[in-house]
Design a protein around this ligand. Structure first.
Ligand SMILES: [Zn+2]
Ligand SMILES: [Zn+2]
Length: 201
């Protein structure tokens, strides 16, 4: 066990720089939010097989949590003069992934499915909530059977403006022709079988 915190504890093992919005994995490793998100997003394997880049332990996405106290400590101890640039670009990234306009039925948005693949979704319904609570969206995955339709909170990280992720060539996608074949109602399928292999360009 280490006696005291060392400077390297304030650094992210992926970008080798001071952590920006540090997030802790279930295996006990800490990364920038952007770094671990990008790593998981572009990973060749899908959950639950995804592994920590440091210890190869299985990462449970729902257990990747922000470390607010560490973020404050880093702010106090920071010696990185370029940090502001990185914080700004992180905030810009976060900003681009948030839907600003009020969402209407018929809107197309990006939606992340349970296998962490970003798909195109159509908003079928916008359901109001008690004052102060985010609305709930009924989302239809375009090209997929409606058995996959899903209710998602309007403030969820699983939705983003149309094209933010679905237009990226470096992220895994489902094969179009497989989706079209499988419109038969009631047909249960394993979406894993339809997943196109990730191919870097
Ligand atoms: Zn990082
Ligand atoms: Zn780990």
């Amino acid at each position: 066990m280490k006696a005291a915190m060392e400077y390297e504890d304030l650094c992210c093992p992926i970008c080798i720089s001071e952590l920006v919005n540090p997030h802790l994995t279930n295996c006990g490793h800490v990364f920038c939010h952007d770094c671990i998100s990008t790593y998981l997003l572009t990973s060749k394997v899908r959950p639950p097989q995804q592994k920590c880049p440091i210890c190869r332990g299985q990462i449970k996405r729902k257990k990747v949590v922000p470390l607010e106290n560490l973020a404050q400590t880093i702010e106090q101890l920071s010696t990185d003069e370029d940090k502001l640039v990185r914080v700004n670009s992180y905030e810009q990234w976060r900003d681009q992934t948030v839907i600003r306009n009020p969402i209407q039925p018929g809107d197309l948005i990006d939606v992340r499915d349970t296998l962490y693949v970003w798909c195109v979704g159509e908003v079928k319904e916008v359901i109001s909530s008690p004052v102060g609570r985010p609305k709930t969206l009924l989302i239809h995955y375009k090209g997929w059977n409606s058995i996959y339709d899903e209710f998602i909170s309007a403030d969820s990280y699983r939705i983003a403006p149309f094209g933010t992720y679905s237009s990226r060539a470096d992220l895994p996608k489902y094969l179009q022709n497989h989706r079209e074949e499988r419109r038969d109602p009631g047909l249960q399928l394993n979406p894993l079988l339809d997943l196109m292999q990730f191919m870097p360009r």
